[in-house]
Design a binder for this molecule. Structure first.
Ligand code: F6R
Length: 269
């Protein structure tokens, strides 16, 4: 894993936007895997800015979101489809038919997972997957004990996740307890993974994900098995990393290398 420690969450967003911009400019028909939640909001704001001010072009891009709640319609204010439309898709020039979010209201929810997997395969697979991490180690909604080879399917959210996400729902509002999520196996099939984490509340999760033992009990540790993962964290989220000094040292050497080589040279299918 490549671990990049940035001074604050704004720099995390800029660095992630640089990677996505470079990906899109090198392969304009890139397939991006996207996440919702608080963490990528700054990244999405930066991509919108680059679209508006520098013409970053999304017309060829296809996107697949990680997950969606079961039991609320796509146009519900708390659906992940609504989140993506508001926070990224509507303000950029992506073609809306090229944005996919798992179907949380499918007639037979058990069919929705395999259908989503097929769609991902039909586009040629995900080039770059953006991820955040839950305090319980989930990626997507793959909660602790999810199979490390799992594919898109329905999962029951843990009490911890329900509590973490309750901030988005008012007290008397229905908060879904089920979600449809890409599996850990689906995520690991992406060609490149960009994991973002910010704030001290994520410090234990980041420590476990990067330096802990691989275990279904902490799903994010599965990323250690992928050959191309970039973890970008701020100082708060990095605060419990044992080898923090080493990652910073590697980062400095990397920066020197980047000055010599164009990062776009490293993007391929
Ligand atoms: C969202 C998702 C989740 C979040 C995670 C962190 O699509 O898949 O795994 O990335 O719950 O959420 P935030 O960023 O709100 O802390």
């Amino acid at each position: 894993m490549e671990v990049i420690i940035a001074s604050d969450q704004d720099i995390v967003a800029l660095k992630c936007a640089d990677i996505i911009e470079s990906q899109i400019k090198t392969l304009p028909d890139s397939v991006l895997g996207l996440a919702t939640g608080s963490t990528p909001v700054g990244l999405y704001k930066e991509l919108i800015k680059r679209h508006r001010e520098h013409g970053l072009d999304f017309t060829g891009v296809r996107t697949f979101n990680l997950d969606e709640y079961i039991g609320i319609p796509a146009n519900h204010p708390q659906s992940y489809r609504t989140f993506m439309n508001q926070n990224l898709f509507d303000p950029i020039n992506i073609i809306s038919e090229n944005t996919y979010v798992p179907d949380g209201m499918g007639e037979n929810p058990l069919d929705s997972g395999p259908l989503y997997e097929k769609k991902i395969k039909d586009t040629g697979g995900i080039d770059l997957q953006v991820l955040g991490v839950g305090t319980d180690g989930h990626i997507g909604f793959n909660e602790p004990t999810s199979s490390l080879q799992s594919k898109t399917r329905i999962k029951t959210l843990t009490p911890q996740t329900l509590e973490d996400n309750s901030r988005f729902f008012s007290e008397d509002e229905f908060q879904p307890k089920l979600a449809i999520t890409m599996g850990i196996g689906t995520i690991l099939e992406s060609r490149r993974i960009l994991m973002m984490a910010t704030g001290e509340s994520k410090a234990s999760a980041v420590r476990e994900m990067v330096e802990g033992s691989i275990s279904a009990f902490f799903p994010a540790t599965a990323l250690q098995m992928h050959e191309r993962v970039t973890v970008i964290v701020d100082e708060g989220a990095a605060s419990k990393l044992e080898l923090k000094g080493y990652y910073k040292f590697v980062g400095k050497l990397q920066d020197d290398l980047i000055k010599k080589h164009r990062p776009s040279d490293w993007i391929s299918r």
